[in-house]
Each structure stands twice: as C-alpha cells, then as structure tokens.
Design a binder for this molecule. Structure first.
Ligand code: AMP
Length: 206
C-alpha cells in the first residue's frame, strides 16, 4: 500500500509569511490549500451566513470563536481527506486538539519564527489579491498571479497588527507548544527572503 500523503499546517505570527510559504509548499507537493483568514474575508465580502458570524471578530482584529473555525476546517477537510495544507489553523489549543481528533498525526506543523520588529516592517508593505488571495509586497496594483487588484488588508494597520500579535502570543503560542509535545512541530527561521525561507522549509522536510 502506498504511504499516505503528508499534510501540513502553517503557523506563525501575523505577516510571518504563512500565506506565501503555505502556497509555495502546497503547489510544490500538489496539496489542497486552505487559508482560514482569506476564506473568512471572502465569506464576509459575500455576506454569507458564515461571513456574517465572523465579521464582528475580524472587524475588531480578534480571533473568531474556536467552534466557528473548527466548523469551517472540518467541513473543508471532509472534501480533502488526504494531502492538504492549512494556513492559519490551528490558532489555539482547542483548535489543535480538534485537528488531532480529525487528522491524527498525519500532518506536520511548520512554525515560522520572525522577530516582531521585522513583522511590523512587513505588515505595512503587505498587499493581498482581492480574487485569488495571493500575498504580495510589491508596489504594483496588479496581482502577479491572476491580474486582479492588489489591496491592503483592513486588518494590516499597525493598531490592528498589535492586537493580532497579542492574540497570537496568548492563544497560538500555547497551541504551538501543544503540537511540539506531540512531536508534530517543525520550527523554521522565517526571517529571510521568500526564496531563502522556502529553501529552508524544503531542506527541513527532505
Ligand atoms: P490571517 O489571514 O491568517 O491573518 O487571518 C485573518 C483573521 O481571520 C485573523 O486575525 C482572525 O480574526 C481570523 N482567523 C483566521 N484563522 C483563524 C482561526 N484558525 N481561528 C480564529 N480566527 C481565525
């Protein structure tokens, strides 16, 4: 029987490169990809029932309730049983516990470590494609991937960033430790260029 395809989750503080590195790794390995943050922003734009539930939390730069995040991910995982990459989930111990129930130890958690001074510099330059969710830092107004409009995320102001960083420290760092104790964590220095970090991740996974 062929070995099951390894799946991944990308963890890291806001603007640590989770989206960029997650997409590169998913493309390289042919994995289904879900960014919970990009998906929530799209649902909010479309005013779907899920988007309406999530909006007040994103407006305040707070995490959505665990129950909502777990519901979103478990529905998605039902359609992508093998070979997936989750960007931005789990973000708390209850989410990490739920993922272990859903996926066992079939995944590795890649934790991108970036100094908070670098994160602040990155966040002010960050742009996201309004259509495909690609993350870019270039001054151009067009997505290099699909040609749609690049825009600054509403939660990328410095004030919103500080709130998200503090939620990360209080809620997500304990989930990182939880996954480390389970032997599922791979910590990577995320402070280099896009290509340098991608190379480090490739090396750590080989
Ligand atoms: P991101 O694009 O990953 O930075 O996520 C943007 C925002 O979406 C976060 O600041 C949270 O408000 C929300 N969000 C995304 N994923 C989760 C999650 N797993 N748990 C709770 N909130 C989330």
């Amino acid at each position: 029987m062929p070995a099951p395809v390894r799946s991944f989750v990308m963890l890291g503080p806001p603007a640590s490169g989770k989206g960029t590195q997650g997409r590169l790794l998913a493309e390289a390995r042919g994995l289904a990809y879900l960014s919970t943050g990009a998906r929530l922003r799209r649902e909010i734009e479309q005013k779907s029932p899920l988007g309406q539930e999530a909006q007040a939390y994103l407006d305040r730069s707070q995490y959505v309730p665990d129950e909502l995040a777990v519901r979103l991910v478990s529905d998605w995982l039902r359609k992508h049983a093998e070979g997936w990459l989750l960007d931005g989930f789990p973000r708390s111990i209850p989410q990490a516990e739920a993922l272990v129930v859903l996926a066992g130890d079939s995944f590795s958690a890649i934790h991108l470590e970036v100094d908070s001074v670098d994160l602040r510099t990155r966040v002010v330059k960050r742009r996201e494609c309004s259509t495909c969710g690609m993350v870019a830092t270039e001054a151009s107004e067009q997505c290099p991937k699909c040609g749609s409009l690049l825009r600054t995320r509403a939660d990328d102001s410095i004030e919103a960033f500080e709130k998200r960083l503090s939620a990360y420290e209080q809620l997500t760092i304990p989930a990182v430790s939880f996954l480390e104790k389970k032997g599922l964590l791979i910590s990577v220095d995320g402070s280099g260029s896009r290509d340098e970090v991608a190379q480090t991740i490739r090396e750590r996974l080989s």
